[in-house]
Design a protein around this ligand. Sequence first.
Ligand SMILES: Cc1ncc(COP(=O)(O)O)c(C=O)c1O
Length: 432
Amino acid sequence: MADFVGSVAVFPNNKKTTAAEWVDPESALAVARHEFGEHGGVNMSIEASATFTVMEPEHLRQMFAGELGAGRDCFIYSRHFNPTVLNLSRQMAALEGTEAAYCTSSGMSAISSVLMQLCSSGEHVVASQTLYGGTHALLTHFFPRTCNINTTFVDMRDHEMVKEAIIEGKTKVLYWESMSNPTLTVANVPELCRIAHDKGVKVMVDNTFAPMVLSPARLGADVVVHSISKYISGGADIIAGAVCGPASLVNSMMDLHQGALMLLGPTMNAKVAFELAERIPHLGLRMKEHCRRALVYATRMKKLGIKVIYPGLEEHPQHELLKSMANQEYGYGGILCVDMETEEKANKLMNYLQNFTQFGLMAVSLGYHETLMSCSGSSTSSEMNSKEQELAGISPGMIRMSIGYSGTLEQRWHQFEKALVRMQEDGLFKRI
Ligand SMILES: Cc1ncc(COP(=O)(O)O)c(C=O)c1O
């Protein structure tokens, strides 16, 4: 495992979930430390304090010197460590099978702070050309301007291209999304980790699209990041993120002099951490149903002659690869893409699906109980210019659908078919 500099031994190890016996995310969560409430409540109490008192004046000095810390239940200030956020972080570490984790105020802050921790001015990132638009913009525009950190974008399926893009000594991070937004491309995690590690490069994977389904750290990735705002929250009501990785990385990010989380301050609020910790126990159940329905709908859509992209379909180019890497019984992801070829047709279909048949909602984001639909090229990937979108494989008529689980499967399918009949009547779709 990679070593990260600047660590202070303050992060408590999540011993039960880091041992070799880690089997799958749900089993790991079941044996992770359960925090009880102050009065014996089955749910933990919320530690809402921003600052913490000490019994001995000497303790403050020891805490600031890094001799005493969260590992021994000593807290300084909630931008550093907060017990309630720490508890959610333990769950995230169990979920991803990493030694440690820490939660942040958004997915973007998790991504940007890890990259800033691992790269200094003048250093380099190799990243997938198919990324969430915000991450793509961060790497293309923001980091070169503000930090002199530059990125080469590559096709993660082309391992020669990845090797060639790595500049030994200068490239610090190889970055991709476990299931890419929005094209649902799946990269070979063990093989790419081998390529990166051979050249001394750290591997960072955004697992936002596939919690439970894929566990990139168990396949060799050094750091896994999440936008908790999506599946892990599930409520479309909270913006949050997480960094999962070695304790030395999390500790280095909390360093008083050099830590990106400590010094940039993308802190999660304890009340938010409590809310999220209550949702993680049913993440597995939710994922299974999102995935089950996505597979059924993708299969039926294909039969109707719709151009559908879904990694659970045998014809998907990485179907076998995904199967070989995925945790058992969670399925192939809860997102599918329908390619309507033009933005006009895509908009028309989404309009019928929301305003005529109530199949889903026109909204960005994912992981909600309702189906959420957006035309990626003009929304969540609009930061990319048309050439970049073409390289990423995003067609102008691509609708990303995050398949929900409310209502019955057949009721929702009927709503989908009804909208399709409207499209047929308009001469915009032909059933096979
Ligand atoms: C794959 C992926 N990563 C990261 C993010 C950013 O997360 P957040 O909105 O929580 O900052 C998003 C947001 O859409 C995303 O889709």
